[in-house]
Design a protein around this ligand. Structure first.
Ligand code: SF4
Ligand code: SF4
Length: 396
């Protein structure tokens, strides 16, 4: 495993960080023994940066990481976790959240502590006006946290404003070959580096979509250049090609993904992509931008919907219709959205309450897009036909 030096504090951080949002699951729950074994395997192969958040898995994610690091593993790694701004109305809320996090993580200090998912400067200003930054500095002096940072999902201008508003120890941005000009953008990455602020990258595979949701023409384009390299390898190499990036977080949910990522992270070098390879990315990006309808990464921050809509699931099916030119997409939509189950989760269940939209880091107009999903994947006959089928099958 290669490391890159944190320019602010001299720590050697593995270039591959473990993003704990997408741990292996069994049914709807984390598969605990498998997740713990995966975390140990990562540490044994040199991964020393683990990223979680207060809200991941309704708190189960931090607790799982805490359990996995028990018994001598904690000292080998850096823990990053996050404070959810939307749950912080007062300083007392933030204090309570951090106390809970320390308990869940079974530790007395958090190495990298982030304001989670800032989207604009006003959000930072609100937290700052509550005294959050002074309090975080006190925690840093007391050794309860070691580094203060933020994760970001807004636009380039706000990223710059936030970056310049506080002497951050690090920042975390979404970055991959499809997002070079999206959110913080490459300009934001370069600015952070110029300011000497370490950069952690999340979503290098856009929630796996740059592997599982590629049009055939794109996989062929990659394969025609280097048939031995997977789509994941192409995407990760593109991110690691940037010397300004310290750590790339990958949400690894199975053993094969972990092994592949470790292999790539042991050999990849910055500024090593050839001119021909960079041209492949340009062609791929053109195809992908033309075909992606909703830029949903599947992060699930918008969930749960009070009316039971599986928001990322709906968008995934809808994108597949265009990205994969999948003729059976309607059938898959009916099936995966539980049309004949006790709890269907289709787009037409949306009551437009708007609860989800403020949580979406990609700023997707969820209500509007769900109407399109309803129109294109359900059509006018869906509800009466589904109602008859459910009645016939005695599903309540
Ligand atoms: S706007 Fe629609 S999808 Fe979003 S939370 Fe409300 S009902 Fe659910
Ligand atoms: S709609 Fe937004 S918040 Fe919901 S899963 Fe997609 S990207 Fe995440």
């Amino acid at each position: 495993m290669q490391t890159r030096t944190n320019q602010k504090n001299g720590e050697e951080l593995s270039i591959l960080g473990f993003g704990c949002l997408r741990l292996p699951t069994k049914g709807r729950e984390i598969d605990e023994p498998r997740a713990i074994a995966l975390i140990h395997e990562a540490i044994e192969n040199g991964v020393n940066y683990f990223d979680t958040a207060y809200i991941y898995g309704n708190g189960k994610n931090e607790a799982l990481l805490g359990a996995a690091l028990n018994g001598g593993w904690r000292e080998k790694v850096k823990i990053a976790t996050k404070l959810p701004p939307f749950m912080v109305k007062t300083l007392a809320n933030a204090k309570k959240i951090m106390d809970t996090q320390l308990l869940r993580l079974q530790t007395d200090s958090i190495d990298y502590y982030l304001l989670h998912m800032l989207t604009d400067k006003a959000m930072y200003d609100r937290l700052s006006s509550l005294g959050i930054m002074e309090w975080l500095e006190e925690q840093k002096k007391n050794g309860v946290i070691k580094n203060i940072g933020f994760s970001f999902h807004g636009g380039k201008m706000d990223f710059e404003l936030i970056l310049k508003s506080y002497p951050w120890d690090f920042c975390q941005i979404q970055y991959n070959y499809m997002d070079e000009n999206n959110q913080a953008t490459k300009d934001g990455l370069l600015l952070a580096a110029e300011m000497g602020i370490p950069v952690i990258v999340m979503e290098p595979l856009r929630g796996g979509k740059l592997v599982t949701h590629l049009p055939e023409s794109v996989t062929k384009e990659f394969a025609s250049q280097k048939p031995e390299k997977s789509s994941a390898e192409w995407a990760l190499r593109w991110v690691w090609d940037h010397p300004q990036i310290n750590v790339v977080l990958s949400g690894m949910s199975d053993e094969d993904q972990l092994a592949e990522n470790i292999r790539i992270a042991s050999t990849v070098m910055p500024n090593s992509l050839s001119e021909e390879e960079l041209q492949v990315f340009e062609r791929v990006k053109t195809v992908m931008h033309e075909k992606t309808k909703v830029p949903c990464t599947g992060c699930g921050y918008c969930m749960p919907c009070p009316f039971g809509v599986d928001i990322p699931g709906c968008f995934s099916c809808y994108n597949d219709k265009y990205l994969m030119n999948d003729k059976s997409v309607r059938f898959k939509y009916y099936q995966t959205m539980g049309t004949l189950s006790k709890k269907p989760a289709v787009a037409s269940q949306c009551h437009e309450c708007g609860k989800c939209e403020g949580h979406c880091p990609q700023k997707i107009e969820i209500r509007k897009q769900l109407k399109t999903v309803k129109r294109e994947l359900e059509g006018p006959l869906y509800r009466p036909v589904a109602a008859i089928a459910r009645k016939f099958m005695h599903i309540k």
